[in-house]
Design a protein. Structure first.
Lengths: 897, 320
């Protein structure tokens, strides 16, 4: 078995690009028509025009060494190679040889939205000693020994294993004919001119002119394991085959986008899909990851309350595809209301958000759903002991894709099997019952026009599961909250530089609470609205974003209450009065017309200023209110890796509509206001590490709160106000996140927030720490994925304990028969420091057309008995801690096809 | 997919009682110095006050007698007490610093469970018009629902000057304008008797009092107590509405049951119809302790307008 002198065998020098590349940076969004601007899309990957054979290092050849060298190649907009690095050197001269060869490659440049642009890609150069087999005996079927006898063809499609995503840019070659660039000498062995090809956008390939014989098909794409398949080819045969490539680590490699980053927001934290589903402690619930970002205070008992920079949960806006929704999670810290498969990404704006978002004082959470694709039938299912969900995606035509998902809990059905019989006097057991649904249709009408429709909703109620059978009392509890939303977005490209979208929307929210026949509350909100948005640019220095935001809301109240709201009882109390229930029906409507405009102006020297203005005209239960919110954002890109940023702006929101009710509210209420200011710094260190920090100061004024104030009318009768604009607050602090971007095996971040949030409800009060004020909030997240389909993650959170008011004894109120705490200074003490470590282990098995994963997610793995609150005995002498979530392991199974 | 909150919820639901049981002392079992009730006679004074011009100096304000039910079964000692009147405060105490305060009484009593303890805490007072005027000024409703005066009782062992260990209790005394015209002052409710197991009236008596004959009861025995309400004790009354109208209401009566040992189920009875439409029963069940000895039982009756009364019984557990 003589061997040939060592010669380099360049196995592959073809490039890849993932059309669904996950952006690790924020990229400009003006050229995507949806409700939320998107980064530029990779419309064509770079193509290798001319390869180069590396020189086999002589010493390595003498020693018989082989190696695979990963090279990272930066290609500019002309297709020239501008930089080559070896991220993981292998030594023995292989690295230098690979770099030298890669520098001589010539490409057709990548295209972003149809235009040539820069990109960085990775590929692997394989150095292998080629062994020449002894001359085999003549074989009529061996194409390498026979002259061409026919025109056999191998064609097929290359897909990603598990997901069946069609892969573009895959090099498919016939091993017996050599593997080389199409125009190379190696590709012309024995005159076969098409021995190698690259898959098209549909993942298809075709190799022609093959004589009958045995062939080994090789498919290669960076980020995927090399794939080989043997075929027996008869004369004049056309073989059709499907090749499944397995992504390294179980999922596709993430492209590092090197395109120019353009930011129109000062502070925005974006989470992409991988970060959304593998963070420990979230049980794969993407929206739970928000709690691990700076600016978000820790929610007690993991209930998922949105606490953004000290603002009330109601003061932050939660949007799904630009449509505001009343809640993000099911009851009592349940899962989020969107199926994870429906999510594309989540943007968190803890402050200084753009003018297209209005009527919020706190932060904004902007959830974007995934556009559907016409790429076959796909689905996912998730089953566990508490709920199940299913997701389906399928094409309705070549241009129309549809996706649907739903989830339903069944804890109410299963828990009775595990509950003991209640003892006399035991409490009843109440469980949450919930479901949610989503449906989305995307229609690509033409090259410039598209339509998407999203219909989604959620429903929660509490069911009474178990009561003491001997109890003579009845307990009929009806608690229900639900909402439905329908939005359609029509997008048209007005010109290459300008895009317009129109989004009509409708929604209905229902909140009801009933207790037997004597107490019932039902609030129904019916909402109609339309948003119009135009995004574009003039020249290279001016970019615009303007639009309208019209909302009409009708709020109907149906109340049945055994309460005398029109009298003053003993000591002002009316709860104990024995009165018959009364029925109240109230209705209020509110109109809001928002007009906004924002302009990004590149002054030069890396300085960009973004002035914005938002005008809102409100008609609230007949009361007119007007707000004009100017905002200014500035950004100075000092170097390619360093930037300074700052903002100042006015933010206004109306109180809840019931606050203006003539009977149960105060028609004189004013709009609530906040001034947000921030100054930040961004630094990129190396390719993957980023630092983002900001100091901020927020004041909130004219906040509406319940009030016991009354106003005397001219006739001497009284007019209780119920609400007043007395409350105010402020928050200031520092936020820092050091983030390691996603690569094949690792991602993670460290987040730290130093803050002080103060509030007061009455004018005569002093500012004191707010209920959820947390001085320090540290979070570290890390996840490592092996190439064998395993992933290990950990999340650590250490947070200052929440404020509490010291209790120095009590006073017995004999008329009410209760003890009242004798308080010290409000919120002048704190609970103990909170610390929690969560871990997660994932294992994914990938098959050709489906995959299945198992995960073990353990929250509070150290079982820290974190003190969330303090409970007291009846006279406030003895106390005991109320502990938070204990160690909770969960085993989950999820299938996807 | 799962989230921590809901898992925690499931865990807590699986053991609904254990989650909240911190082993605290039972409120219905009186082990040490406690104020169990305070009554004013009368509990409300209706006066002709002009709320638009509340000059109260010339008003004839009748005197009021205040009395308190105090228990101290854990110790044999004299108690000292003070009573102050002031406008209602956030802390429910009259500290004399923020608002004017009027001292009503300051004295001592014998051990409530002792032979001479029957005198109890009692005092008569005439409210200072300045207190009334300040109360009107501070009231969100400008006295529309009645001018509330806070009566703050402080009790502590005699000789122990550390007020941090004192027991505090507060009652509201109502001085109401005659709104509407037909408004009548509230009167204290009263209990005609308490039936043992729905049959036998219990004889009242204070443990320690020479004339009391303790009621014998076997250890660990459950007794049902039913308060008997005299006819008409639930008064009908009227309240002015904010828009000048009148609302008619019938009183509801609540009962709170205490004992120096044993346990109650329930320890509260009566009251308004609950939100689910249930009419709360009036009776309570008491289970005597295992250990023999004298046990005091108290029942305090309240209306929702500050009216209050009580009865006291003495049981001899394991006695003849």
């Amino acid at each position: 078995m003589p061997s040939r002198p060592p010669r380099a065998l360049l196995v592959c020098a073809t490039l890849f690009a993932l059309t669904t590349a996950a952006s690790a940076q924020d990229v400009r969004r003006e050229d995507v028509p949806a409700e939320k601007p998107k980064p530029p899309q990779l419309t064509s990957p770079p193509q290798l025009l001319e390869g180069a054979e590396p020189t086999y290092p002589p010493e390595a050849a003498e020693k018989g060494l082989e190696a695979d060298v990963i090279v990272r190649i930066t290609i500019d907009a002309t297709g020239a190679v501008t930089n080559v690095v070896v991220p993981t050197p292998v030594g023995n001269g292989f690295d230098e040889a690979a770099v030298e060869a890669a520098r001589r490659y010539r490409f057709k440049p990548a295209e972003w939205d149809g235009k040539p642009g820069p990109i960085t890609v990775e590929t692997t150069i394989h150095f292998k000693m080629q062994v020449v087999e002894a001359e085999p005996p003549p074989d009529e079927t061996d194409p390498t020994t026979d002259a061409p006898k026919g025109t056999s063809v191998i064609e097929g499609v290359v897909k990603e294993r598990g997901t069946r995503k069609k892969l573009e840019g895959v090099t498919v070659a016939v091993r017996e004919l050599g593997l080389a660039a199409p125009d190379s000498d190696a590709a012309r062995v024995k005159g076969f001119a098409f021995a190698e090809t690259i898959t098209d956008a549909a993942g298809r390939f075709r190799v022609e002119g093959l004589p009958a014989g045995k062939y080994q098909i090789v498919a290669i794409l960076s980020g995927y394991d090399r794939y080989e398949e043997r075929l027996d080819l008869a004369a004049d045969e056309k073989a059709d085959t499907t090749l499944y490539l397995r992504a390294k680590g179980g999922t596709p490699y993430e492209t590092v986008v090197e395109g120019e980053t353009e930011k129109l927001e000062v502070t925005k934290h974006t989470l992409d899909r991988r970060q959304l589903t593998t963070v420990p402690g979230t049980f794969g619930d993407p929206l739970r990851v928000l709690a691990s970002l700076p600016g978000m205070a820790r929610s007690p008992f993991s209930t998922g309350i949105l606490l953004i920079r000290g603002s009330n949960p109601d003061d932050s806006g939660v949007y799904i595809d630009g449509v505001r929704v009343p809640l993000l999670y099911h009851f009592l810290g349940g899962p989020s209301i969107l199926n994870p498969e429906f999510l594309e990404d989540i943007d968190l704006y803890p402050g200084g958000f753009p003018v297209r978002f209005g009527r919020s004082l706190g932060g904004v959470i902007d959830v974007n759903t995934r556009p559907t694709k016409s790429d076959g039938f796909h689905g996912a299912a998730d089953v566990d002991l508490i709920d199940s969900s299913v997701y389906l995606r399928f094409p309705a035509s070549d241009d129309v894709g549809i996706a649907v998902a739903t989830r339903r809990s069944y804890i109410d059905l299963l828990l009775p099997f595990f509950l003991p019989e209640p003892d006399p006097g035991d409490q009843l057991v109440v469980v949450p019952v919930y479901y949610d649904y989503q449906a989305r249709m995307d229609w690509r009408i033409s090259a410039t026009d598209s339509l998407s429709v999203l219909f989604f909703g959620s429903d929660d109620r509490l069911d009474v599961l178990s009561v003491d059978a001997e109890d003579e009392q009845t307990f009929d509890l009806g608690t229900h909250i639900g909402f439905n939303r329908l939005r359609a977005t029509y997008t048209t490209r007005l010109s290459p530089e300008w895009t317009m979208s129109i989004t009509p929307l409708a929604g209905i929210d229902v909140v009801s609470l009933s207790a037997g026949e004597r107490t019932a509350t039902s609030i129904t909100d019916t909402t109609f609205g339309v948003r119009e948005r135009v995004v574009g640019k003039l020249g290279d220095r001016l970019r615009f974003d303007f639009g309208t935001d019209l909302l009409y809301r009708i709020t109907d109240y149906e109340l049945t209450l055994p309460i005398a709201s029109d009298v003053a009882g003993f000591g002002g109390e009316v709860e104990d009065l024995q009165v018959e229930p009364e029925d109240f029906s109230r209705s209020s409507d509110s109109y809001a017309l928002g007009l906004y405009a924002e302009m990004a102006w590149d002054i030069g020297a890396g300085v960009r200023v973004i002035p914005g203005l938002r005008l809102d005209l409100h008609l609230l239960s007949g009361e007119q209110r007007v707000s004009l919110d100017p905002r200014l954002i500035a950004r100075w890109q000092i170097t390619r890796d360093t930037a300074l940023k700052g903002y100042v702006g006015l933010f206004t929101q109306p109180p809840q509509p019931e606050g203006f009710d003539s009977r149960f509210g105060n028609p004189d209420l004013e709009l609530e206001q906040a001034i947000q200011t921030g100054l930040g710094f961004e630094q990129r260190i190396g390719r993957y590490l980023t630092i983002d920090s900001e100091i901020y100061y927020i004041t909130r004024d004219d906040l509406a709160v319940f009030s016991g104030d009354v106003r005397m009318r001219d006739d001497g009768t009284l007019d209780p106000l119920f609400w007043s604009n007395e409350a105010e607050g402020r928050t200031y602090g520092l936020e820092l996140i050091i983030k390691r971007e996603i690569t094949r095996n690792f991602f993670g971040w460290v987040s730290y927030t130093l803050s002080r949030s103060e509030s007061k409800r009455r004018e005569e009060q002093e500012l004191a720490p707010a209920t959820f004020d947390q001085t320090h909030n540290f979070i570290g997240v890390a996840s490592y994925r092996t190439d064998g389909g395993w992933e290990f993650g950990a999340r650590l959170q250490v947070t200052t304990g929440r404020p509490r008011t010291p209790i120095n004894g009590s006073t017995y109120l004999v008329d009410e028969d209760r003890y009242d705490a004798f308080n010290g200074p409000r919120n002048s003490e704190r609970e103990e420091t909170f610390a929690q470590l969560d871990v997660r282990i994932d294992k994914t098995w990938v098959f050709n057309t489906w995959m299945i994963g198992v995960y073990l997610d353990i929250i509070n793995v150290l079982n820290m008995g974190n003190r969330e609150a303090t409970q007291w005995d009846y006279r406030f002498r003895d106390s005991a801690p109320v502990r938070g979530v204990p160690l909770v392991p969960t085993l989950g199974v999820k299938g996807q096809w | 997919m799962r989230t921590p909150g809901i898992l925690a919820l499931v865990c807590s639901l699986a053991a609904p009682l254990a989650a909240c049981d911190a082993g605290f002392e039972d409120e219905a079992i009186v082990l040490d110095l406690r104020v169990l009730g305070i009554a004013c006679e009368p509990p409300e004074v209706v006066m002709d006050i002009d709320l638009m011009n509340p000059e109260l100096g010339d008003l004839e304000i009748p005197p009021v007698t205040i009395s308190a039910l105090v228990a101290d079964p854990g110790d044999d000692r004299r108690l000292r007490y003070t009573i102050h009147a002031c406008p209602p405060t956030q802390s429910h105490r009259c500290d004399g610093t923020t608002f004017p305060s009027q001292q009503i009484a300051s004295s001592s009593i014998d051990d409530p469970e002792g032979a001479a303890g029957s005198t109890g805490i009692t005092a008569e007072f005439l409210i200072n018009p300045i207190i009334l005027q300040e109360s009107v000024r501070l009231d969100d409703l400008a006295g529309y629902g009645g001018v509330a005066v806070q009566l703050h009782l402080t009790v502590f062992p005699e000789g122990d000057e550390d007020l941090a260990r004192a027991v505090h209790a507060t009652k509201i005394m109502l001085y109401s304008p005659r709104l509407p015209e037909e408004r009548v002052a509230n009167t204290n409710p009263w209990i005609q008797e308490v039936l043992r197991d729905e049959e036998e009236p219990l004889p009242v008596g204070r443990c320690g009092a020479p004339e009391t004959v303790p009621i014998p009861v076997a250890p660990a025995t459950t007794l049902r107590f039913d308060p008997v309400e005299p006819e008409g004790v639930r008064e009908d009354y009227v309240l002015p509405t904010f828009d000048g109208d009148v609302r008619e209401i019938t009183e509801n009566l609540r009962y709170k049951w205490f004992a120096s040992a044993g346990n109650w189920a329930p320890s509260e009875s009566g009251g308004a119809i609950d939100p689910f439409g249930n009419v709360p029963p009036l009776y309570a069940n008491w289970t005597s302790p295992e250990e023999p000895g004298l046990v005091s039982v108290w029942v305090v009756q309240r209306d929702e307008r500050g009216g209050q009364s009580w009865l006291e019984y003495c049981f001899d557990v394991g006695g003849p």
